[in-house]
Design a protein around this ligand. Structure first.
Ligand code: SF4
Ligand code: SF4
Length: 288
């Protein structure tokens, strides 16, 4: 079981939901892996304090042109969809930041003038929390523009015999789509603001395009707000949990304290969220 926790917008409480859900499952005796795939800024570790036992580098393969062999035919630059190669009259320029490491240019070069060298894009850390919950986080190298290779490698390390709670990055870009793709369910965390509403629509559309069913968690919920509820009702999206707009929750969260550590009642709330969510796996809706 892979549950991705996403939000079209940053700051909605995505990590709060992901961490509290994972900890609740682990304490209920369900084998759980918490994976922080917000690789540009992973902060789930602040809430679960894991001991890191293993690190693995993630490298992408970048072309290197042998100018002694290259005849500047330009086939490689015509092929590259990412404009990472540019042919000049005398040589081929490589823009490493744009390269996605697909390897296509090296395969098709008729002069066999392209070798590949590895460039480290980031690291994946594996560990375990003090309570024994499995933990993993991806960390993007500073200045590295592409998060997807790290996330793809993290996905290969998910535990097939566990519930994997995967905290996505914000937004609906490539890296989030890479994370959500293939998951069993996407928990959409939103907040009752115009921005939250706007970005929820985008995130639900993204999950729908990927064929991943969505359910909704509303954070900072306030009485009288009905726009998100109406949207969800219109589109067959279940709101499975509402966290109140609360100064105390904000204080706990900003202090790195889990809700489930402050009040045991939250464990049953998050377990109930899990049970309702898993009963929705396989259900798909259409936006209106
Ligand atoms: S395909 Fe090979 S020979 Fe042609 S320009 Fe690219 S590197 Fe040079
Ligand atoms: S490896 Fe792929 S993305 Fe990178 S330069 Fe070659 S064709 Fe372009």
């Amino acid at each position: 079981m892979v549950i991705t926790v996403a939000a079209g917008k940053g700051g909605t409480g995505k990590t709060l939901v992901a961490v509290n859900l994972a900890v609740s499952l682990h304490r209920a005796g369900i084998k759980t892996l918490f994976a922080d795939a917000d690789v540009e800024e992973p902060n789930g570790h602040l809430f679960v304090n894991p001991t890191i036992t293993r690190k693995e580098e993630v490298a992408i393969r970048i072309p290197r042109i042998d100018e002694n062999l290259c005849d500047c035919c330009g086939e490689c630059s015509s092929f590259c969809s990412y404009a990472a190669l540019a042919r000049t009259p005398s040589r081929v320029l490589v823009f490493e930041e744009l390269c996605h490491g697909c390897g296509g240019c090296a395969i098709l070069c008729p002069m066999h003038a392209i070798e590949e060298k590895e460039r480290v894009a980031g690291v994946i850390e594996h560990g375990r929390t003090g309570e024994g919950m499995d933990f993993m986080q991806g960390i993007l190298e500073i200045g590295e523009p592409k998060a997807s290779p790290i996330i793809s490698q993290m996905k290969r390390s998910l535990a097939p015999d566990a519930v994997n709670i995967v905290d996505c990055g914000p937004g609906t870009g490539c890296s989030v789509m890479t994370t959500v793709q293939g998951s069993d369910l996407c928990l959409m965390v939103t907040e009752p603001t115009p921005f939250g509403m706007h970005d929820l629509v985008m995130a639900v559309k993204m999950a729908e395009a990927l064929g991943v069913p969505s359910v909704v968690v509303v954070n900072k919920d306030i009485a009288g707000n009905s726009e998100i509820k109406q949207f969800c009702a219109r589109n067959g999206l279940d709101i499975l949990l509402s966290l109140p707009f609360s100064r105390e929750i904000a204080r706990l969260n900003s202090s790195g304290i889990n809700l489930v550590d402050d009040d045991k009642q939250w464990e049953s709330e998050f377990l109930s969220l899990y049970e309702k969510a898993t009963s929705r796996v396989g259900v798909k809706g259409g936006l209106s």
